[in-house]
Write a protein that binds this ligand. Sequence first.
Ligand code: SF4
Ligand code: SF4
Length: 372
Amino acid sequence: MKTKEQVSRRDFFKSAGVLAGAAAWVGAGAHTVEAAEKPSGLPLRRLGKTDLMIPPISLGTGPGQDVNVMKYAITQGLNFIHTSVNYKNGVAADHVAEAIKGQRNKVILGLKITWKPDDDAAMDAALETLGVESVDIAFFNIHKAEQVKDPAYKRAAERWKKAGKFRYIGLTTHKEVVACMNNALNQGFYDALMPAYSYSMEDRDAFPALFERAEKEGLGIVLMKTRKNINDDLYFDAVPHYLATAGITTINKGLTSFQDIQRMLEAAAQPADPDKGFRIRDSISIASTGHCSMCGLCEQACPLGLPVADVVRCSDYYMEHPDYVETAFETYRELAQAPSAAICLDCTLCEQACRNGVPIVHHIRRAESVLA
Ligand code: SF4
Ligand code: SF4
């Protein structure tokens, strides 16, 4: 695979499908879900080889999500909703249940599987929370590349699919993302991947080849965390370029206001221009120096195997995102063993391993003082 330096502008946009105009726009097709209203006019895209036709912008369900905004999103054609029973201590899933009540046939529902692959009770409880018998696609939530190879996931996927809990299976990951995606593709049973991917990621040039491979092998790609470390103006300029990348099906994003929805739809309707795209990527790269891109290198460097990147994420949530303060506390509380001054002493190996220059030790200290 080419290194970051070896990827030329032409290579990127060739792989991104922009030069060839090869964005994966497709027309309407077989669909078990009744077509949603589409006042946005954005063409639907097929998710890999599935029969799920979804819009290029879809709805995540993070903090700050409001039931009425979700209902509005559905009326605007954003009929693919992805959720987890863990978000906001289960409140997000309750909101989804309320938003889709009476209109399940208008929504394509995605569910993150945050429980163990042998936990049938948790699977049933999640469906009950959502008020549905099944979801359209479920995503195993795995952030360790080695774990992706565990055959228990394939067995669980087959068992739950046979039992009618979901129709399609995907994998979502926000750490060791490239390696997790590679291993998932090698497993051969996934229908879609939902990676964290942002132009601010240090290893972003490793992704287009993976997206292309996924497309060739019939997997859809649902992007998440595309806004990581990107300011508003740059982000909305970047949206059409994400969507023009070969293999990308949709951007899944928590949209917490009517204005947010309209702005995303307007951004998605803009054409992607290769030169502009490169300028945006360069600007984002410069602006994101010092911010975490969730590559996971710090955790690999930690001799104690501590969840360093999670602590950086919590600290970021606390300081940078007012809507995510509660999530920062929840996530920090759930860590088995957070790094601290007493455990780490003067080690700093994680910080030395970080190629983005993230002041990790400062984040560890801050998290310890405000979140512990
Ligand atoms: S802190 Fe640095 S090394 Fe750790 S995940 Fe973030 S960018 Fe990667
Ligand atoms: S400073 Fe702490 S978290 Fe970082 S590598 Fe050392 S022991 Fe691990």
